[in-house]
Design a protein. Structure first.
Length: 94
């Protein structure tokens, strides 16, 4: 799984790679490789990054997430049907 939205989420949050590395406990070069698609992240890494960035894991992976209020509005402006909702978080395994 590639983290297509990682760089955008990091930049949107105003964090440098060094700051994100410090928040997540990951190495700077690991974050760089993830942003460039040169490394496949473990699920716990995706969760750490999403938590530090205040993002949904789906956003980091590059899957569109539609908020319930947007979906309730009906079709988008061009007449296309709204995409199905994806959960923004997942229940803990247990």
């Amino acid at each position: 799984m590639k983290l297509r939205g990682l760089r955008q989420a990091r930049q949107r949050s105003g964090l440098s790679i060094s700051q994100l590395a410090e928040l997540t406990g990951l190495r700077r070069d690991t974050i760089t490789r993830l942003e460039h698609g040169k490394e496949e992240p473990q699920p716990y890494v995706v969760r750490r990054l999403a938590s530090a960035l205040g993002s949904a894991t789906a956003e980091l992976i590059g899957v569109a997430v539609i908020e319930p209020s947007a979906a309730a509005a009906g079709p988008v402006a061009d007449g296309a049907p709204a995409l199905p909702l994806l959960p923004t978080s997942f229940p803990a395994a247990g």
